[in-house]
Structures are given as C-alpha cells and as structure tokens.
Design a protein around this ligand. Structure first.
Ligand code: ADE
Length: 323
C-alpha cells in the first residue's frame, strides 16, 4: 500500500550501484507470464565481467501496471539483492529503473522450470504414482522454448533426481540462513540452468496471501494449496517449517518425474484430508531412505519437521556415503 505515484516509488528504491544502462540491454522473446507481468529472454552487454554478452531473463510489469504492482517488482528486486548469491538460487544481475519501464535483470535458466523439464524426461512407460493423471494436464509450454539440443539423450536416473532434491535443499538452506521464507516452493518455481543446476526462483515475490491466489486453479488444474502445510492452509502461518513441508511436496514431484500431487483430492478438502492423517504414497522408484526424508516433513506438528541443514546432510549421506 502506497500513497505515492509510480515515480516517487521508483525513486525511493533507487540504487545507483544496481542500475544497468538500457542501451546495453536487448529484450528478446517472451518466456513467461505471471499475474502481474512478463518475463523475457534477453541479452546484456557487459553485465558479467567474464563475458562480453550474457543471456539474461528480464522481468517487467505490464504497461498499465498500478503503483502497487511496480512496487512489488521493486520489492522482489530488493529481496534478491539482500539475499545475495548462491549456486542454487536465481541471482540478481541488475535493473533498469530510470527512463522507462522498470526491468529486473536476473540469471537465465536454459531449461526452464523443473516441473515441465521432469515431465519431458519421464522415461517411456513410467508408471505414475498419482491416480487419474491425464496427459492433457501436462506441460503448459505456451511461452517456453523447449530445448532439444544438448540434453535430450541423457535420460534421468534416480541419482539425478536425488541430486535435484539436494540442490533445492541447499538453496533453501541458504535462503533460510538469509532469513528469507519462500512461501510458494514448488517444482514450477525451480528453474533448471545449464549442466542441470537447479535454481530456486520467485523467492522475492510479495505474496498475495488471500484465499484467491491459493485456491485459484492454474491453467493445468494444479492448485497451490497442495503445497501448503496445514498451518499455512488453516491460519496463513508461513515459516521456515511451512517451507519444509512445501519442499517435501516438491521432492515428491521430483521423484515422480513431475507428478501432480493428490490428484484425487479437491482443493477445498485438503485440510480435512491432511488432518485425518492422509499423506501421499511412496513413488515406485523412490528409495526408502529418500521417502523417509520426505515423510519426516509431513508431521502436523511443525517442530517435528527437519531443517534444510538436516535434510542436506541426509541427502549427501545417501548420495556420497558417510560424511
Ligand atoms: N522463466 C521465468 N524466469 C526465468 C529465468 N530466469 N530463466 C528462464 N526461464 C524463466
């Protein structure tokens, strides 16, 4: 909530250190569309000292954006700056706030979001754990360029999947160490960059914590409530522990090659469903040790859920042996 005009809001966030000159930025094609704005692929000259031209992702608001929407983008920018750099977090590269539309320049992730990637890589004949999942609810690739170049031969093994789980847990451990709570952790909000590096995205978003966002169906029928912990669902209580719960749903998505959680449960029945003790079952290919980690996040009582540090240790132990 602000009383200001867009220009006063912009000047209150202005930071000369981060301003990138518009002349050196080229905006390319649309790669994503959110509730408030657009994401484009683009190139930035000299934004990275190691190369002349860098492929970047550019976030903007719509032309007719309200002051609040502009401020949300600037808030996202300031959270990204505050959080800083980690290999498993989408990093902030710069912004253009002066002399035109506000643009946030972030690291580009070549393979797009993890959910769609996993679905494309699903082994032929893979048996889904979720019931009644129809093929038509799959990839919403309207704006995503599907990359078939250098990655199509290498299929995903269980070890690859568990490495994705570890990378996301490492990024979250870092985010929590910076006192940042994600609130919407899901495979759709993890991006995959070159050499299959997972990057957590959208952690700086100002959340619309009203019922409408969480109950709104996405175009493919998924509802964010299915990633929410009981206390987040019931009394909007978001914390590190509710991120841990969401992470376990994301780990389940990874282990099912982008499966849709609780396909047979309606969004409005989720709270009762969980309160009655129901949980998702072990994906067929998921090792017991990994499912135990996932299940440990499904405690109704927040204090019984592990931390990301503990989960990273357990995942590393599974992957690399005694640590
Ligand atoms: N879609 C949304 N943000 C993106 C990014 N940073 N890289 C690639 N695709 C994206």
């Amino acid at each position: 909530a602000t009383d200001g005009t867009i220009s006063t809001i912009i000047s209150s966030y202005y930071d000369d250190q981060c301003e990138f000159s518009r002349e050196n930025l080229t905006v390319g094609h649309l790669i994503g569309k959110g509730a408030f704005g657009f994401v484009y692929q683009g190139t930035a000259k000299g934004i990275n000292s190691k190369e002349k031209v860098t492929t970047v992702a550019i976030k903007t608001v719509r032309d007719d954006a309200t002051p609040d929407e502009v401020e949300n983008l600037l808030k996202e920018l300031s959270v990204m700056k505050m959080v800083g750099k980690h290999i498993n977090i989408i990093s902030f590269l710069g912004c253009c706030t002066k002399g035109g539309q506000v643009m946030l320049i972030v690291e580009y992730a070549k393979y797009g979001n993890l959910r769609d990637y996993l679905r494309r890589k699903r082994p032929p004949g893979h048996v889904l754990s979720g019931l009644y999942e129809t093929p038509s609810d799959t990839d919403n690739n309207e704006h995503q360029t599907i990359i078939h170049d250098d990655d199509y031969i290498r299929s995903l093994t269980n070890i690859d999947l568990i490495l994705f789980c570890l990378q996301v847990a490492s990024g979250m451990e870092y985010l929590h160490s910076k006192k940042c709570i994600h609130r919407d952790l899901a495979a759709r909000n993890v991006l995959l960059a070159e050499t299959r590096i997972c990057k957590i995205a959208d952690f700086g978003l100002a959340r619309d914590l009203t019922q409408t966002y969480y109950y709104r169906k996405q175009t493919d029928g998924r509802v964010p409530v299915k990633w929410m912990s009981p206390e987040a669902l019931f009394d909007r209580k978001f914390s590190k522990k509710s991120d841990v719960w969401s992470y376990s749903i994301l780990a389940w998505e990874i282990m099912t090659y982008g499966g849709t959680p609780y396909t047979s449960v309606a969004a409005e029945n989720m709270f009762d469903y969980l309160r009655d003790g129901n949980r998702m079952s072990q994906p067929i290919n998921c090792p017991n040790e990994i499912f135990q980690i996932i299940e440990s996040c499904w405690s109704f009582k927040e204090s019984l859920r592990p931390t990301f540090t503990q989960m990273c240790d357990n995942l590393r132990h599974y992957l690399y042996g005694s640590s």
